[in-house]
Design a protein around this ligand. Structure first.
Ligand SMILES: NC(=O)c1ccc[n+]([C@@H]2O[C@H](COP(=O)([O-])OP(=O)(O)OC[C@H]3O[C@@H](n4cnc5c(N)ncnc54)[C@H](O)[C@@H]3O)[C@@H](O)[C@H]2O)c1
Length: 440
């Protein structure tokens, strides 16, 4: 039997511990974490305990971890967006193959630097584009490549971010502010742009519109205090009331019928706001931390709606919509080809593809529910990515994608951001050429 690959973890937060760490816990014959770097003492201790990591292999920062030399086959870089480039460069230098969370880095120059460094080092640099590894998007890709839809003429792809996910991550949370993290179209839609690139090939030109329309001080109801816990006069009628979202777990109540299961649920997003899951602990987090803030009184500036219009080199036109006001979290799409129309819905609890054939008039519904690995996050994508990454470490030729290919989605995102801010049409060939000359 082949031995498990060994791994080090830089950043034992939500993704590091809950997505990739959990996979290792469930599949010890495939991968073992042997060292961890995490400044947060509780998170570091929890990861060390989960993976049986000895004290000598527990580090406070990625700098200390990588100063110890190469301790394993692969490195997981799952720190926040602004802290991807330096650890990834250090890990490449040491000879690690790497799984780096998306987005690769928050500036275009750093993205280029990372891709060039990985190519120079000849190491695997895989980006956390989990959607590619889901049953749903694999099937969608297969159908398009099979020619069953004919030539693709037009695509509408929607990333419908729910009102509560928007408020959690992009108004109150880690990705709320462009200078502190990344532009929204990069943070949220590099996944979508990667799927569009995978299915349709490179983009020729694009433009974009969008803004932060709602989550701003001008829209605050009269008398709304800085925090939801401070006696808000509209507490009962505000969908973003933090007490309802995190203490009463309202969004969860729509998915789980069992009150006990709801009461005992402490996964994402609750796990992001506190380490203390008691009602008092959650209350304390809302009274003192970022997640109790009124959505109209945060330091957020990322957009809550953006459209990107793309013309692909194939000639196909695409409209990508991202918006943070959906009743239901999920991606929906429509591909119109010369032989058939495909409609897809990728929701947490429903994943379905329909093909409407022009010639026969028949509709086929494709079962896109995830297989045995589907229990993991992102519709099975978290586990799918891990499985594929582990395989690619042993057989690099089987990697589904490369850092250079992942770069395409990031280039489109940066171009879309620039197009929106500067009201331009951007030619991607020129944008790509100029980017390659950038130095971080
Ligand atoms: N693939 C996906 O779909 C997906 C989903 C969510 C987030 N992400 C990305 O994953 C990354 C991590 O997000 P997260 O939600 O897990 O964040 P997080 O804040 O929960 O985790 C990051 C961890 O890094 C730790 N850290 C900070 N400084 C460090 C240092 N010097 N050395 C080592 N560790 C350090 C933090 O203490 C924290 O625990 C982000 O880039 C995010 O955009 C990807």
């Amino acid at each position: 039997m082949t031995k498990p690959i060994t791994a080090v973890l830089a950043g034992a937060g939500n993704r590091g511990a809950e997505a990739y760490g959990r996979y290792a816990q469930q599949h010890p014959a495939e991968i073992q974490f042997v060292a961890v770097a995490e400044p947060h003492p509780q998170r570091r201790a929890r990861s060390a305990q989960t993976h049986g990591i000895p004290a000598a292999r527990q580090f406070t920062t990625w700098e200390e971890l990588f100063a110890a030399g190469q301790l394993a086959d692969v490195a997981f870089i799952t720190t926040q967006d602004q802290l991807h480039t330096a650890p990834t460069l250090a890990a490449l230098e040491l000879g690690y193959d790497i799984l780096l969370e998306k987005p690769m880095a928050p500036t275009l120059a750093e993205n280029i630097q990372l891709v060039q460094a990985a190519e120079r080092a000849g190491r695997l640099l895989q980006i956390g584009h989990v959607l590619r590894y889901t049953t749903f998007f694999s099937k969608l890709h297969e159908i398009i490549k099979s020619g069953r839809l004919g030539k693709i003429i037009s695509v509408e792809h929607r990333e419908n971010v729910s009102y509560w996910h928007m408020s959690h991550s992009f108004v109150r949370g880690n990705w709320r502010n462009r200078a502190l993290s990344s532009p929204m179209i990069l943070a949220k839609c590099c996944h979508d742009l990667d799927i569009l690139y995978w299915n349709l090939g490179p983009c020729a030109q694009l433009n974009s519109f969008g803004s932060l329309l709602h989550y701003r001080a001008a829209n605050a109801p009269a008398g709304a205090p800085e925090r939801c816990t401070a006696g808000c006069p509209v507490a009962d009628t505000c969908p973003w009331n933090a007490v309802s979202l995190y203490q009463k777990k309202l969004p969860l109540q729509r998915h789980l019928a069992d009150p006990e299961a709801i009461a005992n649920y402490y996964g994402w997003p609750i796990s992001v706001i506190t380490e203390d899951y008691t009602p008092e602990g959650i209350r304390h987090a809302l009274e003192t931390g970022p997640y109790g803030r009124c959505v109209y009184h945060c330091d957020n500036d990322v957009v809550d709606n953006q459209i990107v219009n793309l013309q692909m080199e194939s000639g196909a036109t695409v409209a990508l919509f991202m918006q943070g006001h959906s009743h239901r979290e999920g991606r929906t799409m429509r591909y119109d080809g010369t032989r058939a129309t495909l409609r897809g819905a990728f929701f947490f609890d429903e994943q379905r593809l329909e093909i409407h054939d022009h010639l026969t008039g028949q509709t086929e519904v494709i079962d896109a529910t995830p297989g045995p690995i589907g229990g993991s996050g992102h519709g099975g994508g978290d586990a799918g990515l891990m499985r594929a990454f582990i395989h690619a470490v042993r057989h690099p030729e089987t990697a589904l994608t490369t850092a250079r290919e992942s770069l395409e989605s990031h280039l489109m995102a940066f171009a879309a951001d620039q197009a929106r801010v500067e009201n331009q049409i951007i030619n991607l060939a020129a944008f790509r050429r100029q980017a390659e000359q950038l130095t971080a």
